[in-house]
Design a protein around this ligand. Structure first.
Ligand SMILES: O=c1ccn([C@@H]2O[C@H](COP(=O)(O)OP(=O)(O)O[C@H]3O[C@H](CO)[C@@H](O)[C@H](O)[C@H]3O)[C@@H](O)[C@H]2O)c(=O)[nH]1
Ligand SMILES: [Mg+2]
Length: 211
């Protein structure tokens, strides 16, 4: 995951993942505009292993985090120096998550992501839909649907780690480790949606697993 080289930037061509727009509107009689990115809606799943009382996280290289850790003056050069800026600067700890880019229900997408990324084969009825919320309200506003799912060691039928060219490390954390994560001074290399999910878990679910 940390073997990174040949890092450079280009302007964005036509993309299947992000579409940039300027939205024009008149509000209270005043003409305005706002620059935004159309991105896919998504699902995210808290996977909790009740056999060993650990939460299942995924760790992966996130180019957007990496980019934001590169000093603006060093972004201009032909290539970003990976000795100065190693891959570790872009590695995020997240819940299992995936974009909705297929004609399937959110439950089916969530089920697929849990298998592909974490290696657990869960029946649809084990996926508890908690809520949905808007991510990136400044420029995206896409909808993410959040699930909670309890798994056992017996359900782990695959390695996990992603599909195609995805490189994902499956990481397990105990409840005290989750508490340490959400109370750390940061910067935490996780999206706020993940931190919300962890607080939700600590508030509504964790007590029964603390004994
Ligand atoms: O520019 C891009 C963007 C995506 N991909 C591919 O698209 C897939 C995306 O993976 P998937 O697991 O479906 O989605 P995530 O990247 O995990 O993103 C989800 O999880 C994130 C963490 O919660 C949220 O921020 C996102 O909104 C949500 O879509 C992967 O195969 C990528 O390789 C590319 O190749 N190029
Ligand atoms: Mg994913």
């Amino acid at each position: 995951m940390e073997d990174l080289k040949d890092v450079y930037l280009t302007p964005l061509p036509e993309s299947q993942y992000v579409k940039p727009f300027r939205l024009h509107y008149t509000q209270n009689g005043k003409q305005k505009n706002w620059d935004l990115l159309e991105v896919h809606d998504s699902v995210a799943v808290i996977v909790f292993n009740v056999t060993r009382k650990v939460m299942i996280f995924v760790k992966q290289f996130r180019p957007a985090i990496y980019y934001n850790n590169v000093h603006p003056k060093d972004r201009q050069s032909d290539q970003i120096d990976t000795n100065k800026y190693p891959a570790s600067l872009g590695i995020a700890l997240e819940m299992c998550a995936g974009i909705i880019d297929k004609n399937k229900s959110v439950e089916e997408i969530a089920q697929e992501e849990v298998l592909e990324e974490c290696g657990y084969n869960v029946p649809l009825k084990k996926l508890q839909r908690i809520t949905s919320y808007r991510s990136g309200v400044g420029v995206q506003g896409a909808l993410q649907t959040f699930f909670y799912c309890e798994v056992t060691d017996e359900m782990k039928t695959e390695q996990g780690g992603g599909v195609d060219d995805e490189i994902i490390e499956v990481v397990e954390k105990t409840i005290p480790e989750i508490e340490a994560l959400v109370t750390s001074p940061g910067p935490i290399s996780s999206p706020p949606s993940c931190l919300f999910a962890l607080m939700w878990f600590l508030h509504y679910k964790a007590d029964q697993f603390r004994k």
